[in-house]
Design a protein around this ligand. Structure first.
Ligand code: MV4
Length: 451
């Protein structure tokens, strides 16, 4: 087992990793930018190292500074959390060259899944159902027209280097394909420096359902069920839950089995998430995330499995200790991302937290690095706290969520708490009747009501 883990992240995920390390008896190193001198992860770590000025590229993305911090402290492993360097294959390679373990997947799998065309090809080869689309990158307009005619309109043009929704354009007919192609290429070139694009059938109103997996890198893998992340705005998830209100146990076992077998065959190591669009009872692979995700606690609450603990043990070379039959799915869990943002305009609201009172009680979990008097810096994401509730069924979870949201006080900055208080009382949400467009349509309706 490792002696000392350096946590290359900040905020609630840095605390989450720190807690898992402490439970395993592993020493912790926090790194921080000058903007995070007073951050909770710095206070709770055994040691801390300042790695640069506030901008992330100079601190949390600063490879030489992170390597120096490992060297100075003698850390033998690095946990990247999510975001920042979590899916940077070069970082994983460089750590390996320095004989420091990267608590994450093999660099080859980070690279594979970073290329959305290669990821799709791999998924198809491994028996994972994909959206009908072009076999690879589309060479030119003529090829795009040929592929689109075969797929059938509407089609969506996606960037190979994309993900998270950037560089995507929809064409409803052949007449719209040229400009969709040009715009997608232009956006992809400027955002990623790579203008390769591919085509898929455009699904009009799917849910976003993702499967959590753990692999030991030696041919064993298990799935830990799904999370429904359809409630999002501009590709920012706001509410995630497990199980999906749209699935039953047989559907879960089936898609989960397909994913676990695929990851076993790939030799996948560590935690990963396979993302699907789900429409009319069918799953379509879109991407794979080779990291721990923000919404992982939803899975932890339902399975009772500590995903960070598993990541650390796997990275240290332990075989998987969880068999598929040991993965039991108990009750229902919901996570709300409480952001320091205006609940309607979503304008960031950094500043001093004048009063902080998180909720508690049975089935209530708050993952947060915030505290009363803490000043939220303007440089990073606006997540203040994740409120996660668990119940024996979805009704009980929603009852607890309503109560916990009413108890939660964050004064001094705007937060998305009022939005969640409205959502938990909404009949579509209560009935689980939503797709990936529902939240944006809800917000539009609310806007017209106000006007
Ligand atoms: C799609 C789609 C419809 N059809 N692909 C957006 C982010 C990227 N991960 C994939 N995305 C989409 N791909 C096909 N073939 C609709 C989306 C999409 C979306 C997906 C998941 C969650 C929220 C979304 C919001 C808008 C569009």
């Amino acid at each position: 087992m490792f002696d000392k883990i350096l946590i290359a992240n900040r905020g609630e995920i840095a605390l989450r990793v720190l807690r898992a390390a402490k439970e395993l008896g592993i020493a912790t190193v926090a790194v921080y930018s000058t903007a995070d001198k007073e951050a909770m992860h710095v206070k709770l770590a055994d040691e801390s190292v300042c790695i640069g000025p506030p901008p992330a590229r100079d601190s949390y993305l600063n490879l030489p500074a992170l390597l120096a911090a490992c060297e100075i402290t003698g850390a033998d492993a690095v946990h990247p959390g999510y975001g920042f360097l979590a899916e940077n294959a070069r970082f994983a390679d460089i750590l390996a060259e320095h004989h420091i373990a990267f608590i994450g997947p093999k660099a080859e799998h980070i690279r594979l899944m970073g290329d959305k065309i290669e990821a799709r090809r791999a998924a198809a080869r491994l028996g994972v159902p994909c959206v009908p689309g072009s076999p690879g990158a589309v060479a030119d307009e003529a090829a795009a027209l040929r592929h689109a005619a075969e797929i059938g309109y509407p089609v969506i043009v996606k960037a190979a280097a994309g993900g998270g929704g950037r560089g995507m354009k929809v064409a409803k007919s052949a007449g719209e394909l040229r400009s969709a192609l040009d715009n997608a290429k232009l956006e992809a070139k400027s955002a990623f420096g790579d203008d390769a694009v591919y085509l898929e059938k455009y699904l009009a109103g799917p849910r976003h359902i993702e499967i959590q997996v753990l692999g030991d890198g030696q041919g064993r893998a298990v799935h830990l069920g799904e999370r429904d992340c359809s409630l999002q705005r501009r590709h920012q998830k706001l509410w995630e839950e497990s199980p999906s209100p749209a699935l039953n146990a047989e559907q879960r076992d089936e898609i989960g089995g397909v994913v676990a077998r695929a990851m076993a065959e790939l030799g996948y190591l560590g935690a990963g998430t396979v993302e699907f669009l789900y429409e009319d009872g069918a799953f379509y692979f879109i991407e794979m995330n080779t990291r721990i995700q923000v919404e992982h606690p939803v899975t932890e609450m339902v399975t009772g499995i500590d995903l960070i603990n598993e990541q650390i043990k796997i990275a240290a070379g332990s075989p998987l200790t969880i068999a598929q039959k040991d993965a039991r799915f108990n009750g229902a869990a919901v996570e709300c991302r409480v952001n320091a943002e205006h609940p309607r305009s979503f304008a960031p609201s950094p500043g001093r937290i004048a009063y902080f009172h998180p909720p508690g009680g049975l089935g209530v979990r708050v993952d947060s690095a915030a505290y009363q008097g803490y000043v939220i810096p303007p440089y990073y994401d606006s997540l203040v706290a994740k409120l996660i509730v668990h119940g024996r069924n979805r009704t009980e979870a929603l009852m607890r969520l309503r109560r916990a949201l009413d108890e939660f006080i964050v004064d001094g900055v705007d937060t998305t708490l009022p939005l969640f208080r409205a959502l938990v009382r909404n009949s579509d949400v209560q009935n689980g009747q939503y797709d990936i467009h529902w939240l944006e349509e809800f917000l539009k309706r609310e806007e017209t009501l106000e006007a």
